[in-house]
Design a protein around this ligand. Sequence first.
Ligand code: SF4
Ligand code: SF4
Length: 124
Amino acid sequence: MRNSNHKSSGGRRLVTINFFSHAVSAFFRKFASKEIYRQSLSLSTLKPMPKVKGAVTVDEGRCKGCDLCVVACPADVLMLQPKEVNDRGYHFAFAARPDACIGCAACATVCPDACIEVYRVVLP
Ligand code: SF4
Ligand code: SF4
């Protein structure tokens, strides 16, 4: 095994290379942080987040009324039809509060029969 404190020319060269690599990386770190700081201060580079609204459709004929989408929705958009049933005899899900939809797609993700489609509309 080699002794790390030995004074061979190879050891000195290693120390020299390490010194320069640290100096170069420190320079670039400093440069990069200044650049990011300058960009963060420039208002022209800031763009407002687009406003997004969701819209949801339920294939009522294929829905089996399992309630999973209703429970998964964080905005209380969906509910099961309390009186009407579809051709299969199920109380199907529908958008009771469509304006509250945020387009998160949680309902479509949990639906076991892929009855739900979610759209995201970017508002002007
Ligand atoms: S997309 Fe999200 S907010 Fe809209 S109905 Fe589905 S779960 Fe609710
Ligand atoms: S998860 Fe799908 S099948 Fe279940 S109630 Fe909702 S839309 Fe109908």
